[in-house]
Design a protein around this ligand. Structure first.
Ligand code: PEP
Ligand code: MG
Length: 564
């Protein structure tokens, strides 16, 4: 009998494979106290475990940026004196090393999970991960092998720790099914980057499967089918092969330019947070970068990155781009994104609070360092600057003044930069839509951040599952806001791109094309399809299609039309 289980869609694809169940080794924690004579032995045991794990991490062969970030984050957590001090002080109170470690990690995890921030909550899994690895070392337990898997493996686990995710044999894994986790969990991010099927939040999937069972994941529908019958298996094999054919057709055309049948040339770019995203984007046919989310440089660090560190990162991106352009967004921190080394004040409404430009204006040294780093890198390739979360002309004036002052400082020091560097803004607040006509005069381009724009226009939190049905960019209010912004930019001889998630929704490509969008910036996986839709439509036809949709009053009608 086959069994169908539902989960949260973390990465869309169809996968057919055999299950590899990751069982966490049960570790029995010592309940008995140790004697004073044993304290030294247990401190040594803990220190040895710590050093052994550090050595393993330092010697791990790193082949991608995500893996590098995980390893660096873990090494810096292991170096955090709080961890050692807390464990050793518990051992000094006669707790065995495993118990002392376990209690310390529990305290850290509880502290992280209590934070009102999805990103930081997910980082609790880094602490669990470190705790597990150190505990294994103390107890002499071997890790399950993940670096060489059978072809077509579907990994099933409670949740994969960041370390496990980083060492997985990515050539042979075709899908992930996880009891726990959200869309920003490491497993989800890896699955999205690799373009493989992934469902998370499946609650008890580990209890319902055995090793080597056949499973189908249809993460478009958010389901998996365990032990499918012959008919279903055949149906999905056909679907999968159609999907693969379509993918290879798209892949073949991915370096073609995105020009409509009637000759409108559209830029199709990629969004990046690190070099790995950039490489994936370029491999998928991106013509440049429409959004470089620089906050990751700050989040995966143990201090605000210096001007020189940032300069090196931006220069590296520009060099890889080799003549293609990049839009570097200035620091967009706050809201749901915190920093491990900087304590943000508690806010009742962080999304409406001290984030992005607001933070940068108050943290002037941090902002200056970033602006100088971007300007210096602009001497090496085509860079545009983009300001996030703008609500007013005053903010643009202030940011432009800061940019000008930094240019002056560089000129005084005879440091080269692009004198004509363009500055644009993200359109992600209702205010910026309403006063778009005023804002455009000060800047060179708009890029629409639909992730935030949707939540602010519809007053619907982008991360709140309870109202996820309200959070919908196809809502006419959001679509008309987008249209207005594009029209304003064109009226002033300027252009509008889109870097929010909607640009990567290929069901919306024809609509956005018809609305006049000039540039799409999307994750690597959507790029070939976006180009394909553009190349197979005429702008004139798309305009008629978009006009019809923009007349519609109900989201449901729009969605029906889109899926026709
Ligand atoms: C957006 O809001 O659409 C956007 C691209 O920015 P982020 O998702 O980083 O907030
Ligand atoms: Mg945003």
């Amino acid at each position: 009998m086959s069994l169908i289980k539902k989960g949260i869609i973390a990465s869309e694809n169809i996968a057919i494979g055999k299950i590899k169940l990751m069982k966490k080794q049960e570790v029995k924690i010592s309940s008995q106290k140790i004697s004073d004579d044993e304290i030294k032995l247990h401190v040594d045991k803990f220190n040895k475990a710590l050093n052994d794990y550090k050595t393993i991490l330092s010697e791990t062969k790193v082949d991608n940026d995500t893996q590098k970030q995980v390893i660096e984050a873990h090494l810096s957590m292991l170096d955090d004196p709080f961890l050692s001090e807390s464990v050793i002080s518990k051992i000094n109170e006669n707790f065995a090393s495993d118990k002392a470690l376990n209690d310390t990690i529990d305290e850290m995890v509880i502290m992280m999970q209590s934070l009102d921030n999805e990103y930081m909550r997910e980082r609790a899994s880094d602490y669990k991960d470190i705790g597990q690895q150190l505990l294994y070392k103390i107890k002499g337990i071997e890790n399950q092998k993940l670096d060489s898997l059978e072809p077509n493996t579907i990994l099933v686990s409670k949740e994969l720790t960041p370390y496990e995710t980083s060492i997985i044999d990515k050539d042979n894994v075709v899908g992930f099914l996880m009891d726990l986790g959200g869309k920003t969990a490491h497993t989800s991010i890896i699955a999205q980057t690799l373009g493989i099927a992934c469902l998370v939040g499946m609650k008890d999937i580990t209890e319902n499967v055995k090793d080597s069972q056949t499973v189908i994941i249809d993460s478009y529908k958010g389901i998996c089918i365990i032990d499918p019958d012959e008919e279903t298996l055949l149906e999905y094999k056909n679907k999968k092969s159609e999907l693969d054919d379509e993918k290879s057709r798209l892949e073949k055309n991915r370096y073609n330019k995105a020009i409509t049948k009637d000759g409108r040339d559209i830029d199709v770019m990629t969004n990046i947070g690190n070099i790995e995203d950039l490489e994936k984007g370029l491999e998928s046919g991106a013509e440049g970068v429409g959004l470089f989310r620089t906050e990751f440089l700050y989040m995966y660090n143990d201090n605000f990155p210096t001007e020189d560190e940032q300069f090196e990162s931006y220069k590296k991106v520009v060099e890889i781009l080799d003549g293609k352009s990049v839009i570097i967004r200035t620091l967009d921190i706050g809201g749901d994104k915190e920093l491990p080394y900087y304590k943000f004040p508690k806010e009742d409404n962080p999304f409406l609070g001290w984030r992005a430009l607001r933070f940068c204006f108050d943290m002037k040294d941090v902002f200056d360092a970033q602006i100088k780093a971007i300007l210096r890198a602009s001497a090496f390739g085509k860079i545009r600057i983009m300001l996030p979360m703008v609500i007013s002309v005053e903010e643009i004036e202030k940011a432009l003044e800061i940019i000008e002052n930094n240019k002056d400082e560089l000129r005084d020091k005879n440091i080269d930069f692009d004198e004509n560097i363009e500055v644009g803004i993200m359109i992600e607040t209702p205010a910026s839509v309403i006063v778009a006509e005023d804002l455009i005069e000060y800047i060179d381009f708009f890029s629409i951040g639909t992730n935030d724009l949707t939540q602010y226009v519809l007053a619907s939190d982008r991360g709140n599952d309870k109202i996820s049905s309200l959070y919908n960019t196809y809502n006419p209010a959001v679509l008309r806001a987008i249209k207005k912004v594009i029209d304003v930019s064109h009226k002033h001889g300027k252009w509008t791109g889109m870097c929010g998630g909607f640009a990567g929704d290929t069901k919306a490509t024809k609509l956005l094309l018809g609305m006049g969008l000039d540039e799409f910036s999307a994750p690597a996986a959507s790029i070939p399809k976006i180009k394909d839709v553009i190349a197979n439509n005429s702008f004139e036809e798309a305009k008629i299609y978009a006009d019809e949709i923009l007349q519609m009053k109900k989201t449901t009608d729009i969605e029906r039309k889109i899926s026709e």
